[in-house]
Design a protein around this ligand. Structure first.
Ligand code: XMP
Length: 512
């Protein structure tokens, strides 16, 4: 294991990614609990992340003494460099000309950190982002690379194996950064590089068995990648102690329910309760137009249905969820303060307390693309593994204004045609998420010799890394024209199609 001590940088997760890409397991812990993590994980190497604070500020974060005492190599980045220098007896001064963005380092002396990557005398581009600077190095350290505004671009103590950089090797703007991290992880720390999805699968199965024992586990299946992978993995571990519940709230895409039921019941032989709750959900949503009320209504009903189904199978001690790593990393926030609720995301968050269940979350250590890799390892079909995200409240939030069966049926058909065309043109995997929405207005058109007065369908497609920010996808106009023609011709009730060219921010991905 490589332990990453987080000082609150926006890009700490990228360090974990780079380490894992080397086939080495890595875990991020906030600096406050790093002492305990050093003991628990017994890492072969430790990385200090960057962070927004200044080490000259009173009460700014420090690395635990245990990290230095562990006797394993340390790679300290940016803020990590400054706190390491200070804690080992050096000096740091704030307020120097900040080198934000691209900079160039000149390599003056060799170091194990860039052995085989950078040569003495060479100049290389890196990404800097800090204004403080080390003015006196601790004993045993020497500067091996410099840049114009960063005399300590790289400072190392080869004997104690402590490597510090003022730049960020983890971002793609530092072109050789991944190679430096590889050197640190594989050569300097000696990590083996045998971590991968096969190893993860075996280890996860062992842990699930250990955690669950003979108890029953219940898992809400949405048809999305995360809950599907979690369910298949848990089933492999404990077989029929697992029951999956698939709630069909009548707000699913065309053919979705059949696909999920076929895959899990027939292909995987996993006990699956398919709850047809369309009447219940659509009844409760009748006349509701406010997006937050829609979300909350759906969230509450989902919990009711789930609870009722759990009772029917005699209760379960555990609830399985497909929670991912980015959701669980404790963030190190220096600003604090409550953030504004943009949307109430629907999940099964209220369930564990209400039903007194413990959680099984076998994907807690993984990033989204790692979950996809695990899904492939488990033999899940590619069409499932590569799916775009689909929100819990489903089509309800793609139907602004009142939700009616008529509108849902129109929306399902339009959405199906749109995605069919996207797949046919080989664009599906390039797009993070694509879907249709139906607007609560009718407009006038002409078809043949007749006047029409029908609904407008909006098309959305975005690229994104994590859903937090997004850009609209730049389809070519001929493609959009073809989709519009097909929708208007094939879907009764639609006579106009528009494309959403808003990015996030200021728009959100979903329309409600
Ligand atoms: P927004 O619309 O907030 O969406 O830009 C960001 C991502 O989150 C998905 N989303 C949801 N997922 N329950 C979910 O499970 C929800 O209530 C929910 N609302 C939005 C959305 O599809 C996009 O991928």
């Amino acid at each position: 294991t490589i332990l990453i001590i987080d000082f609150g940088s926006q890009v700490t997760q990228l360090i974990a990614r780079r380490v894992r890409e080397e086939g080495v397991y890595s875990e991020i812990v906030p600096y406050q609990s790093a002492a305990e993590a050093v003991r628990r994980l017994n890492p072969v190497g430790i990385i200090f992340s960057g962070g927004p604070a200044s080490v000259t500020d009173e009460g700014s974060p420090r690395a635990p003494q245990e990290a230095f005492d562990a006797g394993v190599p340390i790679f300290a980045i940016c803020y990590g460099q400054q706190t390491a220098a200070l804690q080992l007896g050096g000096e740091v001064e704030g307020g120097h000309a900040a080198e934000f963005g691209r900079a160039e380092v000149t390599v003056n002396k060799p170091s194990a950190l860039y052995d085989g990557v950078w040569e003495v005398g060479g100049r290389y581009p890196v990404w800097m982002s800090h204004g403080d600077r080390v003015t006196r190095l601790p004993d045993g350290f020497e500067v091996v690379a410099t840049s114009e505004n960063a005399p300590c671009a790289v400072a190392v103590d080869e004997e104690r194996r402590i490597y510090t950089t003022m730049f960020h090797p983890e971002v793609v703007h530092t072109p050789h950064g991944a190679a430096l991290i590889r050197n640190f992880v594989r050569r300097i720390s000696g990590a083996r590089g045998d971590w991968g999805m096969k190893a993860y699968r075996e280890e996860a199965i062992r842990r699930i068995r250990e955690q669950v024992g003979n108890e029953k586990v219940i898992c809400g299946l949405s048809g999305g990648v995360d809950s599907s992978v979690a369910a298949v993995l848990i089933h492999e571990a404990i077989g029929d102690q697992l029951t999956c519940v698939f709630v069909d709230h009548g707000l699913l895409r065309l053919g979705e329910a059949e696909k999920v039921v076929t895959l899990f019941r027939d292909a995987y032989n996993i006990p699956l309760v398919h709850v047809d709750a369309e009447e219940l959900f659509l009844g409760a949503l009748e006349g509701v137009t406010d997006p937050e009320v829609k979300r909350k209504t759906i969230g509450k009903l989902f919990i009711d249905v789930f609870e009722a189904e759990a009772k029917k199978i005699g209760g379960a001690a555990f609830l399985a969820q497909g929670t991912l790593y980015p959701d669980v990393i404790e963030s190190v926030s220096f600003t604090g303060g409550p953030s504004v609720t943009i949307k109430s995301h629907h999940n099964v968050g209220g369930l564990p307390e209400r039903m007194n269940m413990k959680l099984v979350e076998p994907l807690r250590e993984l990033f989204k693309d790692e979950v996809r890799a695990l899904g492939r390892e488990l033999g899940l079909p590619e069409v499932f593994v590569g799916r775009h995200p689909f929100p819990g409240p489903g089509l309800a939030i793609r139907c602004p204004g009142e939700i009616t069966r008529e509108k849902l049926d129109i929306l399902r058909l339009a959405d199906e045609i749109y995605l069919e065309e996207i797949r046919r043109h080989g664009l599906y995997d390039e797009i993070w998420q694509a879907f249709a929405v139906i607007l609560p207005v009718k407009t006038v058109g002409v078809m043949g010799d007749y006047r029409t007065y029908d609904y407008v369908v909006g098309l959305r497609a975005v690229t994104s890394v994590d859903g937090m920010t997004a850009d609209f996808y730049p389809f070519d106009m001929a493609f959009l024209g073809r989709v519009a023609t097909r929708i208007v011709n094939e879907v009764k009730g639609v006579n106009r199609v528009v494309y959403d060219v808003t990015s996030k921010p200021p728009g959100t991905i979903e329309w409600e």
